[in-house]
Each structure stands twice: as structure tokens, then as C-alpha cells.
Design a protein around this ligand. Structure first.
Ligand code: PBG
Length: 331
């Protein structure tokens, strides 16, 4: 009787060297899949580093153009733009957001004029404009859903007519995708893409972003009254279905790494592209760990790969520029 052979299956054969590992790798990152968020100030004359996000800047309206110039040279062709508005312009209802010639609209126009091929994503939410830092309008000590929807629709038309290619409602009001889609159709913006922050969790990882746009909440109301509870997965599917039915083109899961199960679950259940947002706190955590030499920069591709492996089609990441500077592709 022949002696039983030692296991014929040896997974390690496929790990022998980098070329073989690359041949069998299941996931890769191409920089065309990375979106760089950028913060722009209506008052600064020169860019300033964001203290809680080392390596990220609050740009002046001039500096942002040179930054985009460099990004596009590096092959990053999509940005997500966030305004930091001086506090004098903020009020309880975020009325500055509704003005057709406000700062963000003029910046979008300037950027589009100089970079017609660049894809610009703009947030649709009131938080940069409200004195409360909330994404909606407060009535009777609550964030009023339907009054907020009217403001978001108006804001969306302003942004679309300024040249934003993708509108990203990040406010988590109910029914906003349908309402915004109707307004866009009515105003003949038939090609404007809606990227819905559909599964946006009430997260503690947004802190540094709120420093960057100046939207730390001052009121007693919690964002938990509209953003999702981190304990829920099935509810994310409910939000996805609603937004697909209301006319969203792309759906977002946010934050990213603490919610890999959500990305994975939804990418199997739905056929729309899913974007993940590696948020400010995730960035800060990795960046500070690298700067303090707790680990090296290889945590960046590892963290990003996890998002693609889970099923993201593209990723919004503050590391987009860094990846483009350091890799052709990550495979
Ligand atoms: C606001 C908005 C937030 C982020 C994107 N859009 C923060 C919030 O809801 O308070 C967070 C992004 C990040 O943390 O990088 N509508």
C-alpha cells in the first residue's frame, strides 16, 4: 500500500515571490478609483495645515487651484469639495447655502473653468452653513426633516448649475434623494449624478472633519437623531433600497474600515456601485500612527485594499494624493 502523500495542496506555493503573488491576487487599487477630499476656506489667503489631520490642508481659493493642478498631474481626477465658511455667514437655518452666488458655487465655477475634465463632487448638507453645525434646520428643538428638504433641493440646483458633476447628499434626511432628483429633473439637470451617503453612521470618527469645516455642534440635539446607529446592519439595506428607488446612482457607506461588514453585505445584495468614505478620524489614526513610528506607511495600502476587497467600487480617501505619489497601482 502506497504511503499517503504529504498534503498535495500547499497554498504557500502561490506566495513564493512577489510576481506569483501578484498573478493570483484578488484585489487591486488603481488610482482612478481614488477620490481626494479637499477643504477650501472663504477667508484664508494662504493654505493652513489642519491640526487634527496632519498633512491635510484648508486651502485658500488660489491654493486649491494649484493643488488640483498637481493632483490631476498625478492622475487623481475626482475631488470631493468641502467649504469652510466664516462664522459671520452662518445662521440657524444655513441660509447662505441657498444663495446662488455663494462661495462654494463660485469656487466650483472657477475650478470647472480651469479643469473641465475634473469630476467634482460636492456635499449637499447644511452643516458648513448652520450656526448649530447641524445638517438640517432646527424647528421646535428638532432637526425638521421636510423644511430641510426644501433647502437641500435649492442648494442642489445651485451646485448643479455651477458645474458640480456629482451631488452627494450627506444629511440623512428622509426622502431627500427623491426630492433632489425631482428638482434636478424639473430644472433640466438630467445628467447630474446623485451619490447618496445612504449608510452614514453617527460616528465618532468625524471629529477632525468638523474641525476642518468648522461644524462642531453647539446645540444639545444629537446627530444620532438622523445619522444611523452603529449597531445596525439591516437598516443600512433599508436605506439603500429607499435611495435606489428615489433615484440615487451611487451609494456610500461611511465611515469605511469600522463598517467593512456593511460594505460587504450591501455589495452582495445590490447592483449599484458602492463608494466607501475613509473618514477624517480613520485618516488621523493611521497618519499619527505612522508619524509616531508605531507602524510604517504600509498600513495605508493595507487599509485601502480592505475596502475594495469588501466590495467598494471607489474610495474617498485623504490618502489619494499620497497613493498616487507612491504607487502606479497597488496589486
Ligand atoms: C457633513 C459631513 C461630515 C462628513 C462628510 N460630510 C461630518 C458630519 O456628518 O458631521 C465627514 C467626513 C470625514 O469625517 O472625513 N454633512
Amino acid at each position: 500500500m502506497q504511503k499517503k502523500l504529504f498534503p498535495r495542496a500547499r497554498p504557500r506555493r502561490l506566495r513564493l515571490n512577489q510576481t506569483i503573488r501578484d498573478l493570483v491576487s484578488e484585489t487591486s487599487i488603481n488610482k482612478s478609483k481614488l477620490i481626494q477630499p479637499l477643504f477650501v476656506s472663504d477667508t484664508l489667503k494662504q493654505k493652513e495645515e489642519i491640526v487634527t489631520m496632519p498633512g491635510q490642508y484648508l486651502y485658500s481659493s488660489d491654493d486649491i487651484l494649484s493643488e488640483i493642478d498637481e493632483l490631476t498631474d498625478l492622475g487623481i481626477n475626482t475631488i470631493a469639495l468641502f467649504p469652510n465658511i466664516e462664522s459671520d455667514l452662518k445662521d440657524i437655518s444655513g441660509s447662505e447655502a441657498l444663495k446662488e452666488d455663494n462661495f462654494i458655487c463660485s469656487i466650483v465655477r472657477q475650478i470647472k473653468k480651469r479643469f473641465p475634465e475634473l469630476v467634482i463632487i460636492t456635499d449637499v448638507a447644511l452643516d458648513p452653513y448652520t450656526s448649530s453645525g447641524h445638517d438640517g434646520i432646527i424647528l421646535d428643538n428638532k432637526i425638521d426633516n421636510d423644511v430641510t428638504l426644501d433647502a437641500l433641493s435649492k442648494m442642489s440646483i445651485n451646485l448643479a448649475s455651477s458645474g458640480a458633476d456629482i451631488l452627494a447628499p450627506s444629511d440623512m434626511m428622509d426622502g431627500r434623494i427623491g426630492k433632489i432628483r425631482d428638482s434636478l429633473e424639473k430644472n433640466n439637470f438630467k445628467d447630474t449624478i446623485l451619490l447618496s451617503y445612504a449608510a452614514k453612521y453617527a460616528s465618532n470618527f468625524y471629529g477632525p472633519f468638523r474641525d476642518a469645516v468648522g461644524s462642531q455642534q453647539t446645540e444639545g440635539i444629537s446627530k444620532k437623531t438622523y445619522q444611523m446607529d452603529s449597531k445596525n446592519l439591516k437598516e443600512a439595506y433599508k436605506e439603500f433600497l429607499l435611495d435606489i428607488n428615489e433615484g440615487a446612482d451611487i451609494l456610500m457607506v461611511k465611515p469605511a474600515m469600522p463598517y467593512l461588514d456593511v460594505i460587504n453585505d450591501l455589495s452582495q445584495k445590490t447592483s449599484v456601485p458602492i463608494f466607501a468614505y475613509q473618514v477624517s478620524g480613520e485618516y488621523a489614526m493611521l497618519k499619527l500612527g505612522i508619524d509616531k513610528k508605531i507602524f510604517d506607511h504600509n498600513v495605508i495600502p493595507e487599509a485601502l485594499i480592505s475596502l475594495f476587497r469588501a466590495g467598494s467600487s471607489s474610495v474617498i480617501t485623504y490618502f489619494a494624493r499620497w497613493v498616487a505619489e507612491n504607487y502606479d497601482n497597488i496589486s
